[in-house]
Design a binder for this molecule. Sequence first.
Ligand SMILES: [Zn+2]
Length: 463
Amino acid sequence: MSPNPDLTERVTVLASGTIVTAFTKPEVLTDGAVVWQGDRILEIGDSAEMIRKHAGARNLDARGGLILPGLVNLHHHFYSSLARGLNPGRPLENFGEILDGLWWRLDRALDDDTIRLSAELALADSIRWGATTIFDHHASPTRIGGSLDLIAGAVDRAGLSAVLCYEITDRNGHDDAIDGLEENLAFFRTHRHDPRVRGMLGFHAGFTVDDSTLAAAAECRLDGMGCHIHIAEDPLDLRISQVAYGAGPVSRLENHGLIDDRTLAIHCIHLGSDDRNVLAAHGATIVHNPESNANNGVGRLDLEAVAADGCRIGLGTDGMSSAMLGSLRAAFLGLRGGRRDPRLGFTVVPDLLAVNAEVAGRFLDEPLLGRLVPEAPADLCVLDTAPPTPTTPENVFAHLVYGSASSPVRHTIARGRVLLEDHALTSLDSTAITEEARRATPALWNRFHALGASRPDWLPTRD
Ligand SMILES: [Zn+2]
């Protein structure tokens, strides 16, 4: 990786915005400026004073917008980018059919070009929505070995930070599961000290991973290699885990020693308190994906109940979009609507983005990530919302969910590089990527339609 090739020593002053220094316990500075050099923040202060002090620096104008720490997405699937508008050709009536009829056909149809293009499209969108660090959960069963390097190449070109993994699964046979394990191990080793791209240990979901695969993964897992896995997205996961393996997904992971404070437990909608207590006791993070859950009709994570069990909760998009503030608002509205209680939302939901930043900081060895303070990585975004009412540390979340979640992002800066400047991408050529994607998609969709069901015997036809 090549960190900050052209801005290593250059000072930049981003001025004339309302600065929110963190997602939890922030300081708020109106008409403020953030100053950085290379990939580190130097200082934060009054706009006029910072411009005067750093005469000769590059100036960037926030135009009165809201300056936030760069957003972190804890669960994405870049590989889903080219599914938009794809007709699966048969009704998908439940969660098992959504997997079998859509995602488990699309992932097998991916080749090198469409893996790369899918990543580039999602990365471009992430930059457009102010995300600077993304955790991706990848699957491409006909191209397992080397697939994470294809994605890492796109991440490097985009200029973002990412934590990547391959979804290990036995659904295409045990050899493929072991190939997935080896891909995770090789990538983790290669990127162990990379400043911007790291690896972790990915599993699809407990119900598609055999005990022998879990045992092999537990034996080979390297120090610091957290697990990223879908858990209890649908009752199907719990039911098949019990029938096929005699235990639920959380118990199986715990029995193999695979749960720790680097575990990302995705969804967890249908877990009971006992399982949630296990995740909480190990310091795992449950990752909420409200828009995807609604789209798949799989139920709703009860954030209040999960928080009451002491679980740490983060936020992702699960491939539905790359817009983290949209996901934040969906979490807020889903909680109030689902519980039919307008008092809820201001205790649990505001912490989600702060948890995301803390988790990303742990994986990337950047304890100040997610805070706009001296020595922190220069990861930030500027929303095109000039707050029309006072912004205070106490009401920042209200500004986000009621005003800013649908605002365009004017600038996105990652490790000091301006990747989005006045709404224009600088590191990726969005027009060229989109045109290439349009040319490549018909062949991908033809391969998709030529593939039959991958359905393992144990996957029931109907819930
Ligand atoms: Zn997912």
